[in-house]
Design a protein around this ligand. Sequence first.
Ligand SMILES: Nc1nc2c(ncn2[C@@H]2O[C@H](COP(=O)(O)OP(=O)(O)OP(=O)(O)O)[C@@H](O)[C@H]2O)c(=O)[nH]1
Ligand SMILES: [Mg+2]
Length: 675
Amino acid sequence: MTDPPFDDPSADQPGTVRCRDVHGTLHTMRLTAVDVFSSPGARLPTRMVSADGGPPLLQKWVARTSSGEPGPLDPLDREVRAVMRFALVFAKSYPAELPRLRYYDVDGDDPFVLLEPYRGMPVAEVRQQLAARDRYWFQVGLLKALHLAGAAGITHGGVGFDTLRWDAATRTVQLIDFEQAVRVGDPRSGTSDGGPADVRDDVWDAGLTIWRSAHPDHSGREAPDLSSDGGALRALLAGVFVDPPAARPTPEDMLAGLGEPTALQEPTALEIVDPGAPLREGLRTFDATVERTRALRAEEAQVNRPQPWAARFWTTLTGAGKRPQPAEAAEPALVRCPVCLDSYPWPDEELWLYDDKRGQYIRDTSSVRDPLRQEFLRLNSYRRCPNPSGDFTAHYLPATYHAFRTPLVVAMVGGPAAGKTHLLAAIIREVVEHGALTPYGLSAGPLDLHRHAEYWRTVIKLTEQGVQLPGTRERLTDPVYILLVRGPSGTWPVTFFDVAGEDLQAVGEADKLGRFLIGTNAVIFVHGLEPIPERSGNQAFEMSLAKLRIVQDHARLPAVIVATKSDRLRYRPPIDRWLRTERDPLSPVNAELLHSESRDVYAFLHHRREHAALAPFSVFDRCTLHFASASGSEAAAQKELFPRGFESSRVLEPLIAILAMAGMIEGEQARRVGT
Ligand SMILES: Nc1nc2c(ncn2[C@@H]2O[C@H](COP(=O)(O)OP(=O)(O)OP(=O)(O)O)[C@@H](O)[C@H]2O)c(=O)[nH]1
Ligand SMILES: [Mg+2]
């Protein structure tokens, strides 16, 4: 097996790597191979290394494919997930029976984990030499290890002599190589039933291992004939070789049968930590806040004539409560420009064409009269905003921009480098390239074809190549992308603004820089997660909220808070669960699930005292919170590349929540989103 190349570009010397500790904090260190090492139960290659000249650590890594590409992450991901869980649950007292995590990297070309060296010797090598008394302690040790893993919510999936070590000095066992591990409750892997994994799933293999420690001739996965052993094993293994796993005894039951305490019972009880405990206060605060808002709304409904929320929302959007109907209206309907915010009758005469080569808008001088050809021309042309206030540079909107229902203007709000641009790119890619709105009864495509082509060339193509996107240029005033979304009850332009975080938090030139916010009717607040929380406030949120408050009935605007870059904390609760929760294609909008995620995000940020990021939650009547990862991993230092590509997780949910709250997605579930 060749050594991993570990050519981190930030490395002054080869062997320098970036990796995270149990808190998710990034470290840069130099690894030096100090010894060979092999474990019969490990599928991943292993060796002993020293980190910055420190004591030896066991390294496991993902080998490259034969073509030199990064190899499959799954076995390492399972191992890290398991040992991270042990690190959290046994943070106060760590059991010798389980492997211990020091560092990991799952973002780079050559992902790896660094563990404390295993104890003892592989049982596969020493089992023939175990005396009867040792065999007893081996059985006890194996059951204790399984019980401890189960207490941390982990099933091993590959228990056998190859994944066990025997420490003769202490007569204890270590269960290692969690490369097939599954969280208790997650779907079982490698089986056809796919039911939720259970601590008893490992009991069959543990039973076989125990049996073979005394009867080495037995092989295969068949249940042994227990009647051939008249001794204690027959009693210990009674009920072990049955299906379903729920009918088997637990490791704890089996230890009790031997009259042995588990490692979590006196006299040597380890103290275990509930990783969910720190979130409880935040969960209670969330519930209390939601209850208060619901009570207020119920009161309001008593006073005012109840009106469907979506209707109220669109009334808010159109200001006077009148939706423009250009075709029938006697008076020309007023429309509002999302860029300069002036309102005026939509200019119907002049068309402008965009010259890609020159990057300019040019007046259309053709005299097409044929209605079909006119329609075709409009599809690809623009109208210049008359900007009656005369306070903005020339700007253009697609000629059909106001030909549909009132556009939904969505603002990406967040500080510099919060992750707005990457998140929007991931959302647009899902919607346009993967048709991700179809299960919601909507179809979507670009409204502005030139803007689409430009966005594809300068943004989406880069994400496809795994290239990190540049920071957004300052002083942008135009929308970056305009979708046209069609649903059973209408067709809407959905316009996205994504300006530089610097502009959003600017105090000076407030009128120019954040002006589009006043014309916004939905907001995606983007908060980039850091392993160590930043509690220094969020000026972009504060300044934007101050501007949004000017909008009449601003509290009715749909808003979401997205904790993006969640991949940085992918193994920590509650993110570990959410990042792996897939959307159910049969129940696309699930208000309970969105509520439950909002609750967890709120509690998570509350616990980390990132209160500034939660500020929008108390401003808007309907606001959901989300965990997301746009790129799925960290960009390589100084290389502007995501070595494992751009693999988003849960980026569509925030948009779905917005569309549901705006009434564009219909149905009972959609109506309840964010309430
Ligand atoms: N790990 C991780 N990094 C991300 C993710 N999204 C963005 N980043 C990184 O965060 C940095 C900033 O992301 P942008 O999307 O450019 O942030 P922004 O909010 O648009 O920043 P401005 O345009 O300067 O306001 C980039 O260097 C990305 O590499 C993510 O989902 N995970
Ligand atoms: Mg940006």
